[in-house]
Design a protein around this ligand. Structure first.
Ligand code: ADP
Ligand code: MG
Length: 227
């Protein structure tokens, strides 16, 4: 027996071999994403298997697709009950611009699955009433900035007790912008059992503490450190 395992060399990894369904693979071909990036290779199967992950990868490494593709796929399994104002996958981001950008990327990746899925973004600076209407009947994937999310929770526009997956995107920026207390409050509204995906380009002490607090034996993914 040799030790080599040709089928797992990076050059042979395709989006399909990571376990993604044909509708998503087809969309990635349309977008000319020919091969998955290193973080996508590691994160996609882990997320699909419902593991929690702690991912360090620099900006531009393809993190959005790394969590969005498997979450889109999992949302297709009807994780959301349509009656209530529930969320299945909650993605927290530090800024309004990022919320818009991440939501539009997810809609783009999931184009072949729409309109079976509802993907929305909520953030400060836009009318609360418009966002409240958009949340009616629940959302499969919600991208949110922490402050506006809490406003919408307190006005009962959305409920977080059915969240199955939580993503913290750019956790380092979220903490440096002062969202520590909001994150703690949001955590207290989530169910005990959930998948958590925490991504950060850097790991200063406060991010390490947050990760220790949120994650229990996560799968560690360290692709490339930020310069
Ligand atoms: P990050 O969140 O890590 O900064 P993004 O998810 O914003 O990175 O992706 C950075 C850029 O790389 C985007 O323009 C995206 O369209 C592109 N991209 C992501 N994954 C792939 C891929 N597998 N093949 C080609 N381009 C990709
Ligand atoms: Mg990003």
């Amino acid at each position: 027996m040799t030790q080599s395992c040709p089928s797992s060399t990076p050059s042979t990894v395709t989006f399909s071999s990571l376990g993604l369904i044909p509708e998503l693979v087809q969309r990635l071909t349309e977008l000319k994403y020919s091969i998955p990036t290193p973080i996508q290779v590691q994160a996609i199967p882990a997320v699909l298997s419902n593991s929690s992950i702690l991912g360090q990868a620099k900006t531009g490494s393809g993190k959005t697709a790394a969590f969005a593709l498997p979450l889109l796929q999992m949302s297709m399994k009807g994780r959301r009950k349509s009656k209530d104002n529930n969320v299945s996958s909650l993605i927290l981001v530090p800024t309004r611009e990022l919320a818009q950008q991440v939501a539009s990327s997810i809609q783009n990746y999931g184009r072949n699955l729409l309109p079976r899925l509802k993907i929305e973004a909520v953030y400060g600076g836009q009318s609360v009433n418009t966002q409240m209407l958009a949340l009616r009947g629940g959302v499969d994937i919600l991208v949110a900035t922490p402050g506006r999310l809490l406003d919408l929770v307190s006005s009962n526009a959305i409920k977080l007790d059915q969240v199955k997956s939580l993503v913290l995107d750019e956790a380092d920026r979220m903490l440096s912008l002062g969202f520590h207390d909001e994150l703690a409050k949001i955590k207290s509204l989530l169910p005990e059992q959930k998948q958590i995906l925490l991504f950060s380009a850097t790991f200063p002490e406060e991010v390490k503490l947050l990760a220790d607090h949120l994650l229990h034996k996560p799968i560690m993914i360290n692709v490339e450190k930020q310069e």
